[in-house]
Unconditional design. Sequence first.
Length: 258
Amino acid sequence: MARHRALQMFGRSGNPAFKSKAFAERSSDFSTSEVMTLSGTVNKTGLYLLLCFITAAWTWNQFYSSGDPSSVMGYLIFGTVGGLIAALVTIFKPTAAPISAPIYALLEGFAIGGISAMFESMYPGIVIQAVGLTFFTLASLLMAYKSGIIKPTENFRLMIFAATSGIMLLYLVSFVMSFFGSGIGFIHSNGPMGIIFSLVVVAIAALNLVLDFDFIEQASEQGAPKYLEAYGAFSLLVTLIWLYLEILRLLSKLYSRN
């Protein structure tokens, strides 16, 4: 019964990564004797962050060794496309998360390292600020969640899910428009509208962390299957990467105004 409640809780989560039909179709997996633990998820999150950092550092060093952005474009494209494929595999087949999630972390590191190095070459010091703000936000929201200041109610989940979906749709439309020489100007603008937009996106990305915390804690308490440790860590990593990139974008807009 407890594991059945864990499945129901999963289905109510507002995080888009937790909407996979695979969970509804694999409720029998909740009969496994191995269960998810909070410590196991935390350890996997740390491992995935380390894997991501290793490949990011590799790409970063390649950029600064050559001083040529084209030297890391192959890594960037490989990491972006490969990471997307690994993420889709993880989302639609969560039982594969113990394998696909660390692969995602490694691949995304290649992309993040290249992107970070390019921003750093334009705005020295921006990367350490973005990393610091990302982990400061993570720690602050974790404290707010544990203290009960922020409670992931049903309305909260629906609001964050709707806002996140809207942002992703806006980015998709802008991406498609770019093929026709157009786009949605304020997304990339360093004007007041562009900065306000980035602030809103950073806030929505940060609040998605609360959904990750809630899922991981509730699933652990309800005795969810062991593979959800990897899936929970994967979801948290996805949110952290998104938050980092949005903070990097926001800081670059502020830097470019000086």
